[in-house]
Design a protein around this ligand. Structure first.
Ligand SMILES: Nc1ncnc2c1ncn2[C@@H]1O[C@H](COP(=O)(O)OP(=O)(O)O)[C@@H](O)[C@H]1O
Ligand SMILES: [Mg+2]
Length: 240
């Protein structure tokens, strides 16, 4: 059971974000609700990472409001973010997760069981004693996912989690994400890979040059894109 003070919906209301005297993101309105994963797609430099960081609460908007369950400035105790190249501690896989469990004060008597559960969820059962930094890229990404989930987030932000992986490793990360979503965690994933978006997402947000061009349920986005940019992006015609 979720506590009544849910972080969802996550809303951006007339948000502008400026950095280095440039307008990086300009969002009139965006609402992220419970349910299947939301994919944020767009070319490099579109503003995807910035959008995720604002949603996590790592950045504050220059203008406008970001709200979680209708409230502003909610500390990120129920949110977690996973960056493209996660840094693992030079310890065992189990210790990497244990560190995250300790940081949220999980009772130590439960930790061994939780570590086993989390490793099973990401397909790394039996990897407890393996040095984290010796794992393959895909395995490290899944371990990083387990570490993010140790915080029991309600919303999980994933910034291009499959971008540096080969197709097989990317697929195993996608399988884990599907299982995580089925457990009720809201996933907000940025990707420039439309295949990932197509396979995972319930709705798709297309951003280009800091603006949302389209936000549609997946079937509509892929079958009847409403904007010329969405059609071009899907045809792999470069958006610049
Ligand atoms: N701190 C910053 N200062 C100046 N420009 C920035 C800063 N952070 C991001 N940008 C610029 O904002 C744009 C969007 O960046 P980003 O959100 O990382 O896009 P994406 O993740 O879609 O590739 C890019 O042009 C990037 O160079
Ligand atoms: Mg990015």
């Amino acid at each position: 059971m979720r506590a009544p003070d849910s972080d969802l919906p996550l809303r951006f209301e007339r948000v502008r974000f400026e950095a280095g005297n440039r307008l990086i993101l300009d969002i009139e309105s965006l609402s992220i609700t419970n349910g299947a994963p939301t994919a944020v797609v767009g070319p490099n430099g579109a503003g995807k990472t910035t959008l995720l960081r604002l949603g996590m609460g790592l950045f504050e908007p220059t203008v406008g409001r970001v709200t979680w369950g209708g409230r502003e400035k909610v500390p990120p105790t129920r949110r977690a973010i996973l960056f493209q190249r996660p840094v693992m501690l030079m310890r065992s896989a189990a210790n990497n997760i244990d560190y995250a469990l300790a940081s949220v004060n999980a009772p130590s008597r439960d930790r061994r069981r939780k570590i086993a559960e989390l490793l099973a969820l990401v397909g790394l059962s039996g990897f407890e004693d393996r040095p984290a930094r010796r794992l393959s890229g895909g395995e490290q990404q899944r371990l990083a996912l387990a570490r993010s989930l140790a915080r029991d987030p309600e919303i999980l932000f994933l910034d291009e989690p499959t971008a540096s992986l080969d197709p097989a490793a990317a697929k195993s990360v996608e399988d884990v994400l599907r299982a995580v979503a089925e457990r009720g965690v809201k996933i907000l994933i940025s990707t420039h890979d439309l295949g990932t978006a197509r396979r995972l997402a319930g709705d798709v947000v297309l951003i280009h040059r800091g603006k949302i061009l389209e936000h549609s349920v997946s079937e509509v986005f892929f079958k009847e894109p409403r904007t010329e940019e969405a059609r071009r992006f899907q045809a792999s015609d470069l958006l610049i």
